[in-house]
Ligand binder design. Structure first.
Ligand code: ASP
Length: 303
């Protein structure tokens, strides 16, 4: 038995039809490539990383090459990796690697640490000979220009409201189960548009943006500040421990996130028995999965 569920971010994918189409194609490609690994008996860790690398490189998501820019126009990315064999690692605020998810997995499997940030993480990526990220694409640069103009002079309250409306989203994550019964989780993001330099979101925070045990794996997307306040991934795990029900674990934790901040959160999860689920309280969430019966990829909507 093998399973995978991938997300392309909770938020509002309004407006750009070409971008939605491009992103759907990329998530489908990520699903096919990771399923091939699982079908051939490969590990859930390899499947998750493969899916996320394809999506980081596609430029359509807020991760890797498509990452959003901070208020100074610079990319600072967060990513995390975990598996049921106890490897857990994350990187925060990195500017160097083309694929932060590969660096996060390296931290998980080869260092004594759980989280490396900023310059130290970047110089590790360079020392390891990892590929360096290229300049942001035209779409991102254009969007930055539009947003920064509107942003200047805005009151703090209005800025927070805008973040809640559409300055976050399109982050990526995946959880998988392989034929040997091993679980893995991966998450990668550029964070939120116009964040202050040095801001770190929920994505690399164990228990916040992701959580994994021997029998359950979960990851989050949405407004990191809300997700961290509620330790939402850990909250989902607690509910799973009580009930053994993957769907219920997400129902309860997404509701909890809604109480902290409405329209803030989406989650995907999977357990060792192969039950998969996703749930979100935002307008949209892009997902792709194989649940043992069918392959599916779509932009799902709460509207
Ligand atoms: N959770 C990410 C962050 O706050 C953003 C996202 O999921 O879109 O950094």
């Amino acid at each position: 038995m093998y399973r995978i569920i991938i997300h392309g971010g909770a938020g509002s994918w309004q407006g750009n039809k070409d971008r939605v189409e491009g992103a759907l194609k990329a998530i489908e490609e990520a699903l096919e490539a990771s399923l091939k690994i699982l079908e051939e008996g490969g590990s859930s860790g390899d499947a998750v990383v493969k899916a996320l690398v394809i999506m980081e490189d596609s430029g359509f998501f807020n991760a890797g090459s498509g990452s959003v820019l901070n208020v100074e126009g610079v990319r600072e990315m967060d990513a995390a990796y975990g598996d049921s064999e106890g490897n857990i690692g994350a990187v925060a605020s990195v500017r160097y690697p083309k694929n932060p998810i590969i660096l996060a997995r390296y931290v998980a499997e080869n260092t004594d640490h759980l989280l490396l940030a900023g310059e130290g993480a970047d110089s590790l990526a360079a020392r390891l000979g990892m590929e360096k990220i290229g300049p942001p694409n035209e779409r991102i640069v254009k969007r930055y220009g539009e947003l920064i103009d509107g942003y200047k002079g805005m009151r703090r309250f209005d800025r927070n409201r805008r973040v809640a409306e559409y300055l976050y989203g399109d982050t990526i994550g995946a959880v998988a189960l392989d034929m040997e019964g091993r679980l893995a989780v991966g998450v990668s993001t550029g964070g939120i548009w116009l964040k202050l330099p040095g801001r770190v979101g929920d994505t690399p925070i164990f228990g916040g943006g992701f959580y994994i045990s021997e029998d359950y794996a979960v990851c989050a997307t949405g407004i990191g500040e809300a997700i961290m306040r509620g330790l939402i991934s850990y909250r989902a795990y607690q509910e799973y421990m009580l009930t053994g029900d993957v769907y219920r674990s997400l129902m309860v934790s997404v509701d909890e996130a809604r109480r902290i901040m409405p329209e803030s959160t989406g989650l995907i999860a999977l357990d060792k028995h192969g039950s998969i689920a996703y749930r979100f309280n935002t307008k949209h969430m892009m997902v792709a999965y194989y649940d043992g019966r069918e392959k599916m990829f779509k932009l799902d909507s709460n509207e």
